[in-house]
Design a protein around this ligand. Structure first.
Ligand SMILES: NC(=O)c1ccc[n+]([C@@H]2O[C@H](COP(=O)([O-])OP(=O)(O)OC[C@H]3O[C@@H](n4cnc5c(N)ncnc54)[C@H](OP(=O)(O)O)[C@@H]3O)[C@@H](O)[C@H]2O)c1
Length: 352
């Protein structure tokens, strides 16, 4: 028989100082410290993001140590603040978390603002819901800020400076098999049903990106004829109007700028990877976007509520297959190690 669980105890998986190691540490459960709009979540599964490794290994954006990492996860609502009206105790939820301490996902009990939480429909297991948040949020920003695209599924989103016909112009998404790229393909297809969406990845992911997520065509990112193939897929061999670089691909392959239509908007939206901003050729309009730009987006506060609605209506799919890599401390260590080596078209998930 297993020993009785201490329901007042939290287990945090923390990094004492830059470089690690990940350490399990028991602390009191943070219930009594809830602010009015906060939700306490019993985390059941977490997903690993590249940013977790960047924070742990090089202190990327870390302001103090020890650090509890973890930006993605899913679990059950354990308690709610006095003014929380969208969630009740027992709801199955996913959230985007804030690494640092009480708001991070690598712990049994985490506290997040209610606007960062979404309910999970009954058919979604925690393991699959755990990795939905960060890539969805960043994809919203890639489209809303990077492309200035209308986002009809985002409540209170107003059309911004969209040029007539923009949503029909071809867009190239570099890194379609990354979590961010896969989420962006899906959301762009929802936002612009008639848009020609071209993407790059390893060939083994092409079927998933086109048949399941809605890309018009996918190309081998290492192909010698990449630019020619992309141009051939556009009307009159003109090229694409905009590029979303979900992985910083242009840093190592400057050819991608040749895919632009010389008479198009030549808008290049690059995700902030933590490295120096990628320099662009003259005439290309570069926009750097990152998850924390959400507050700059009209309707951004409703992003998770909109995800909940998309999931309920089955309009948003799992962007990438999930790979469970273990449980607890050992699972987290394994997940981080696999992420350091690099993943291909899958989301690493750990049970807590
Ligand atoms: N600043 C922010 O707020 C924020 C938020 C989210 C993500 N990010 C950053 O965005 C990047 C992507 O994150 P993620 O979680 O989506 O990554 P991920 O899922 O770990 O990305 C892995 C994928 O990247 C693809 N890839 C790598 N280099 C490529 C290239 N040159 N061309 C095309 N595909 C390439 C690989 O494709 P194949 O295996 O198919 O070859 C692989 O499937 C990371 O740098 C991350 O830190 C930043």
């Amino acid at each position: 028989m297993s020993p009785p669980q201490d329901l007042t105890a939290n287990t945090k998986y923390l990094i004492p100082s830059k470089g690690g190691p990940l350490t399990a540490c028991n602390t009191p459960k943070p219930t009594i410290l809830l602010k009015s709009k906060e939700v306490l979540i019993r985390v059941k599964a977490v997903a690993i993001n590249p940013a977790d490794c960047k924070m742990i290994d090089s202190g990327h954006r870390v302001t103090s140590w020890p650090l509890v990492p973890g930006l993605d996860g899913a679990g059950v609502v354990e308690a709610v603040g006095s003014e929380v009206d969208s969630f009740v105790v027992g709801n199955r939820v996913l959230a985007t978390f804030v690494s640092g301490n009480r708001g991070a996902s690598f712990q049994k009990f985490a506290v997040v603002d209610e606007k960062m939480v979404a309910k999970i429909p009954g058919h979604w297991p925690f393991e699959e819901a755990a990795g939905l948040g960060v890539c969805y949020m960043t994809a919203i920003i890639a489209l809303g800020i990077g492309l200035q695209s209308n986002l009809p599924f985002l409540r209170q989103s107003l059309p911004t400076k969209i040029k007539p016909g923009f949503n029909r112009r071809p867009v190239l998404i570099l890194g379609g098999s990354s979590a961010l790229g896969a989420a962006t393909i899906q959301l762009l297809r929802l936002a612009a049903p008639h848009c020609t969406i071209l993407t790059t990845s390893s060939p083994k992911h092409h079927y998933h990106l086109t048949a399941n997520l809605g890309a018009t065509a996918a190309y081998d990112r290492n192909s010698r004829s990449l630019i020619e193939d992309i141009k051939l897929a556009t009307e009159g061999y003109r090229g694409v109007d905009a590029i979303i670089d979900a992985v910083g691909a242009a840093r190592t392959d400057g050819r991608v700028f040749n895919a632009f239509d010389p008479n198009g908007s030549k808008r290049y939206a690059q995700v902030w990877t933590g490295d120096e901003e990628i320099e662009v050729p003259d005439g290309v309009e570069s926009v750097l976007f990152r998850g924390r730009d959400l507050s700059k987006l009209q309707g951004g506060d409703n992003a998770m509520a909109s995800l909940q609605a998309l999931l309920e209506k089955r309009r948003y799919k799992l962007p990438l297959p999930v790979r469970m890599v273990g449980y607890g401390l050992e699972g987290l260590e394994r997940g981080l190690e696999l992420m350091r080596k690099g993943v291909s078209g899958e989301k690493l998930v750990v049970g807590l």
